[in-house]
Design a binder for this molecule. Structure first.
Ligand SMILES: Cc1ncc(COP(=O)(O)O)c(C=O)c1O
Length: 397
């Protein structure tokens, strides 16, 4: 008789060493402490502190009441795909055929994961510009591949250069993943940086995956440029985006990927087996979001702009901490290197002693070490209290 398996023996190798999302873990821990009656300020997550605008909610409600409660076309409803194609044309200068070059998914996260399943396998490397969002590497690894970091530095404002790219290339590299505005650093890639990535991608014959989730959340008049608009890039770029951040629609789970037909069709095959389609009435809300008034975005960005300045002034006045104003997105990526503590110990100390939940920079790759990510997509009051608590903990400069 064969030996009886223990429960861990049933696990697939690819999941044995994988860990759950560290940012979600921080929020879970904050929730547990709150349940014990501790007054925790949770700056761990990446969720806008606004409710989805009313006209969007109304459109979804109307759709549901009209019976839009069934499966819909696997790649997304024709109306939503048409709205996305129009958005990509008007906002980004990109022309994609809604029939075959755009796939709607339940959140941008699913689009990225489905792409990994379609494009990555053992022996395939994907270069990931770091610090990077916590799910890229695990997704690539779950698909059997290897995420190879392209390590940017706080001392050069997280800028990507051709030298940096060249020093990161591997013989198995098949794609490079960029994210601008960046989560967690907020860095917005300039045209020069994007051109460097484009030349590099052509030279090494790589696909470019560009995650443009935070494109609308950008400050000081900076410009968001879609790399697929650069010469020779359209045929080798997958553009990922979604409605979560710009329209405060995180709970709706609406994202999409646009790219060359042959690839979108195969990502669509993964999608059809994994999820069938994104939620029908949510997509009706998505149409209203993209086609309706856009002023809610400007209102939210104005609030986040104020908060990023509040954070950078407040945090930089605290012993051991420094913070340049974010260029985009809604995260303060605080430089705590002067404290001499590693980011995990620093975050733990802040949670235990100041009762503020923050994400250690190491969660975003080794290049994030020494830093902390604090979401400022929360109330001015919570941020002021955070600054007070951190000042009490570390002292004023
Ligand atoms: C950089 C980045 N990409 C993608 C996502 C996924 O967003 P969603 O799945 O809600 O569209 C997030 C969410 O935090 C993110 O920060």
């Amino acid at each position: 008789m064969t030996e009886t398996r223990t429960l861990p023996d049933f696990l697939a190798d690819r999941i044995k060493n994988a860990t759950p999302s560290p940012t979600l873990a921080v929020s879970d821990k904050a929730r547990q402490l709150k349940a014990q009656g501790i007054d925790v300020i949770d700056l761990g997550g990446g969720d806008p502190d606004f409710i989805t605008p009313e006209h969007i909610r109304q459109a979804a409600e109307n759709a549901m009441n009209a019976g839009d409660t069934h499966y819909v076309a696997t790649p997304g409803t024709p109306a939503f795909r048409a709205a996305i194609a129009n958005k990509l044309r008007v906002d980004n200068g990109l022309n994609y055929d809604p029939n075959g070059e755009i796939l709607v998914t339940p959140g941008g996260k699913a689009a990225l994961f489905e792409a990994a399943m379609a494009l990555v396998e053992p022996g395939v490397d994907v270069l990931v510009v770091e610090p990077a969002w916590v799910s890229y590497a695990p997704q690539i690894e779950l698909a059997g591949g290897t995420a190879v970091p392209v390590v940017t530095s706080p001392d050069t404002n997280w800028v990507v250069t051709e030298d940096l790219l060249e020093s990161s290339i591997t013989s198995n590299a098949r794609a490079i993943l960029i994210n601008s505005p960046n989560n967690p650093t907020g860095h917005v890639m300039s045209r020069d940086e994007l051109e460097a990535v484009a030349r590099f991608a052509v030279r090494h014959d790589l696909l470019v995956w560009t995650d443009e989730m935070y494109e609308k959340i950008i400050y000081d008049g900076r410009e968001h440029i879609s790399i697929a608009t650069l010469d020779g890039m359209r045929e080798r770029t997958l553009t990922f985006n979604g409605l979560s951040k710009a329209y405060a629609m995180t709970g709706w789970r609406l994202g999409y990927v646009a790219g060359p037909r042959e690839i979108i069709s195969k990502i669509g095959t993964v999608h059809s087996h994994a999820v069938t389609c994104a939620t029908a009435f949510a997509q009706a809300g998505g149409v209203a979001a993209l086609e309706g008034p856009q002023d809610a975005i400007a209102d939210m960005v104005r609030a986040w702009d104020r908060r990023r300045m509040l954070m950078s002034t407040g945090i930089s006045a605290i012993n051991g901490l420094r913070l340049a104003p974010a260029e985009g997105a809604f995260y303060a990526f605080v430089d705590g290197r002067e404290t001499g503590l590693d980011s995990t110990s620093l975050a733990a100390r802040i949670l235990d002693e100041a009762h503020v939940a923050v994400v250690p920079g190491a969660a975003f790759g080794a290049s994030g070490e020494g830093h902390l990510r604090l979401s400022f997509a929360t109330s001015d009051d919570a941020l002021s209290q955070t600054i007070d608590r951190l000042t009490n903990l570390f002292g004023a400069r």
